[in-house]
Ligand binder design. Structure first.
Ligand code: ADP
Ligand code: ZN
Ligand code: MG
Length: 488
């Protein structure tokens, strides 16, 4: 977008995020939430909305939302009620969705998110409430639409932010922080591509320096973190262009077209539903005691930012590295488990474990699209590899070659090294012998070196490493080579 226009207009963004809870059963019945079951398999009279059935609140849904509320500095209502949100849709068998309306259980919170420049920004959380998911309409069968109700009644929480974000970067940072919190809390897997985290973006623009917000639109249909950012950028651009032309921004829902990178009007809010919310008569009010809050407080682990800061102070890692290592809970756990099993826990070894994870391990994770657990690398094997480098049993080069063989292997690096005869040659006599042989074999280069072409030094060292299949200790080869070349 034209940067001049962004100097003139300020975007205002508020996000509504739905997170699917990792409870074993649905929100108000005992059907399983398991993925991949045959269509309409995980259903019962309650989630199918048969007359005369009664819902009952899944206690873990309450537990999970209270964890989220406490982790985001919300106030937790002592007493909140459920409401019916009425609308007609084929994937909504009851004709209404159970949600919360005027008394969301969590409200008035905030989170701090780290922006690209390393600074922090506080974003307000308006409310977090419980609700149930609808089923899925499947339109892939020509003229017919099929309905799968396995998802109907799966528990969701909706996290509504204040309109506190001022750029797509800030929205992106907010959303990734929400993902980090829900995954650290163990309440949602945070996967946007699979729909367990969904985001609607409310966007408006106003002239910089002016107080009142502009008319907002709501952008939907983004299935990745990147696409949320792209969609917001496209919508900001569209609105600025409208305002520049003197046309009004209309209150409507926009759909993001990821292929074209544009937003398109879906329906006008004017003809939007009147949900006729009213209190759900079949469910008791939810009451939360101080004792219960105390219990849930104990279930909240150290979250990403606290863990990152601890990694910096405890392991002397740069803030950037600590941020990368703690971005995903499983990676942070892996790192700490590897450090625990190091036999020499010095700064150098710890940094080396960190470098391996940030380098080879993460490269393989992205190449194979696997998480660190799926890679099947045992943390204690990585620490043993680092120990072997530290005590000079093997060179860095050998370690790098060996590394891929540790994946999926139950054999310890030490035994692999022994079996393959990879132990580093550190015997001065033997190395000096090899160095001399290499010089003798390459008399032309030797002459050139002596005549002043000193950058041939690397060539000689390379030849020795080749002759020893990488097993020679590189520092020793350097030292011996220097002596022999300069003597000879
Ligand atoms: P609605 O009545 O359309 O549901 P709400 O006031 O409930 O609107 O807000 C829904 C979301 O939109 C919230 O995340 C809020 O922060 C955001 N929002 C509200 N007003 C604006 C605005 N003018 N520009 C951008 N976002 C906004
Ligand atoms: Zn059910
Ligand atoms: Mg609203």
């Amino acid at each position: 977008m034209n940067p001049k226009l962004l100097e003139k207009y300020e975007p205002v963004i508020g996000l509504e995020v739905h997170a699917q809870m990792l409870t074993k059963s649905k929100a108000f019945c005992s059907c399983t939430t398991e993925f991949n079951a045959p269509p309409n398999h995980n259903t019962c009279p309650i989630c199918l909305g048969h007359p005369g059935t009664l819902p009952a609140l899944n206690e873990n849904l309450l537990r999970f939302i209270v964890r989220m509320g406490l982790a985001t500095n919300c106030k937790i209502r002592e007493r909140s009620i459920f409401a019916r949100k009425n609308y007609f849709y084929p994937d909504l068998p009851k004709g209404y969705q159970i949600s919360q309306y005027e008394t969301p259980i969590c409200h008035g919170g905030h989170i701090d998110v780290e922006l690209k420049d390393g600074s922090d920004k506080r974003i307000g959380i308006t409310r977090i409430h419980m609700e149930e998911d609808a089923g899925k309409s499947i339109h892939d069968f020509g003229a017919e639409t099929l309905v799968d109700l396995n998802r109907a009644g799966v528990p969701l929480i909706e996290i509504v932010s204040e309109p506190d974000m001022r750029s797509s970067d800030e929205a992106y940072a907010y959303l990734t922080t929400i993902k980090s919190i829900v995954t650290y809390l163990g309440i949602c897997d945070g996967n946007m591509e699979e729909g367990s985290l969904r985001c609607d973006a409310n966007v408006s623009v106003r002239l910089r320096g002016t107080e009142p917000f502009g008319q907002k639109t709501e952008v939907k249909n983004m299935n990745s973190f990147r696409n949320v950012q792209r969609a917001i950028e496209a919508e900001i651009e569209r609105q600025i262009e409208l305002v520049e032309r003197g046309e009004p921004v209309i209150h409507q829902t926009m759909l993001f077209d990821a292929n074209k990178g544009i937003t398109r009007a879906m329906r006008s809010k004017e003809e939007a539903h009147d949900y006729r919310y009213f209190p759900e008569p079949d469910l008791l009010p939810v009451t939360v005691t101080e004792g219960y809050l105390e219990e849930i407080r104990k279930e909240i682990p150290e979250l990403q930012r606290a863990r990152r800061d601890r990694f910096v102070s405890q392991y002397k890692l740069p803030k950037y590295d600590a941020g990368v290592l703690t971005a995903e809970l499983s990676v942070a756990d892996f790192f700490e488990s590897a450090v625990t099993s190091l036999s020499a826990k010095n700064d150098e070894s710890i940094k080396s474990v960190s470098n391996y994870i940030m380098g080879d391990v993460m490269r393989l994770m992205s190449e194979r699209k696997q998480d660190i657990i799926q890679l099947q690398l045992q943390p204690k094997h990585l620490s043993e590899l680092v120990d072997l480098i530290q005590d000079k049993t093997i060179s860095n080069k050998i370690a790098k070659d060996l590394f891929p063989d540790l994946l999926g292997s139950t054999e310890a690096p030490k035994s692999l090294v022994e079996k393959r005869g990879l132990i580093q040659v550190t015997d001065t006599g033997a190395l000096r012998e090899t160095v001399r042989e290499i010089i003798a074999k390459n008399q032309t280069q030797f002459g050139q070196y002596k005549a002043g072409k000193t950058n041939l030094f690397g060539f000689f060292v390379g030849q020795v490493m080749k002759a020893t299949q990488g097993k020679a200790n590189p520092e020793m080869v350097n030292e011996l080579m220097r002596e022999e070349l300069d003597l000879g």
